[in-house]
Design a protein around this ligand. Sequence first.
Ligand code: SF4
Length: 440
Amino acid sequence: MSAPAPRISFVSLGCPKALVDSERIITRLRAEGYELSRGHNGADIAIVNTCGFLESAQEESLAAIGEALNVNGKVIVTGCMGAEPEKITDRYPNVLAVTGPQQYESVLDAVHRALPPQHDPFLDLVPPQGIKLTPRHYAYLKISEGCNNRCSFCIIPKLRGDLVSRPISEVMREAENLAAAGVKELLVISQDTSAYGVDVKYAPHDWKGTQLRTKFIDLARALGELGVWVRLHYVYPYPHVDEVIPLMADGKVLPYLDIPFQHGHPDVLRRMKRPAAQEKTLERIKSWRDICPDLTLRSTFIVGFPGETDAEFDFLLDWLDEAALDRVGCFKYEPVKGAPANDIAAPVAPEVMEDRWHRFMKRQQAISEKRLKRKVSTRQQVLIDEVTATGGKGRSKGDAPEIDGAVHVASRRPLRTGEIVSVKIDRADAYDLHGTASGF
Ligand code: SF4
């Protein structure tokens, strides 16, 4: 009788990019015969993939490491916080190893040292699409690592290095495998999706007999041929982004753009050193909507950036009215240690920041509600994420998982997770739509 397979518990914290790193590590571990354990107590060792973006995220990561040490005792730490290992080892000197972001080999080496793999002739039973932590019907597709921008509030380039784009043929192979495995929606992610390929000078690669450039628009076109939903995240409004809008109007790529604007005032954007800050964004949004009226725009903003004046903040509120974005998240500025923005100007007082955050949210909520109401009485394609007693809960083409709203679907016939149904929208509330399945 063979010995039971070595078991590993895994905690994945942070953004979708970190989730993709976790998926890659887990895929490799499963391929080597390790089993995953649901909890730390049933595992031989624990791995914690940390997030180091904000102080609060670092604290959450440290707490997760502490819990894994308490319950299991043998812990390997990886991810963004691994770029500054002393932050971890100062508090927890007894962790087995600390490795940095994207250091897959180092994580595996640390696992091999602590818990050697077992030989098993059936090991290559891992599916070709790898192991996904997302539900079966959607998957994140990470097209590059790192970032060439130097936004003054961000330390990600310090943690993850400069942009490194994956060859387009490799990305397409992964996308095709995922689609063949039943994935219905691909979510394209990176730190700066529109900069894809800049580092390799848009190097061409052969894909099924045609040459594709390692470039945003070529990738969008090729993904658009796979017959699955393709959603673009973390896109900056560089001029060449205009080229993707006709693909959205033609139904090749979802009419959805996630653009983290962070502010509307040009001076604040300059102090933030944001990419594509000087582009005439409001005019561009208008022309995009002329070409593709169904376009959903999602964004995030920071209020209380150092030196933000009342006038700059008021400008931002007016900018929001003009932009009429569909989905918006807003954060109060947090001084990440090591970020140049902390020394740019005097910090905004916490009570002022709080007040601005509430005013921002109130203003945007009214805009978002109005945008959502436009969908009442329309018919929307909805991808079912969850089956309920009366039908299901899913997302329209305008809703990304985790961050946007949902569509609550009433249905006479039982729905299946992962199916796309046609839904007549009956009403909208602040964030969600409610409707009735009317076609399968
Ligand atoms: S684009 Fe800016 S905020 Fe985003 S990862 Fe790069 S430097 Fe950070």
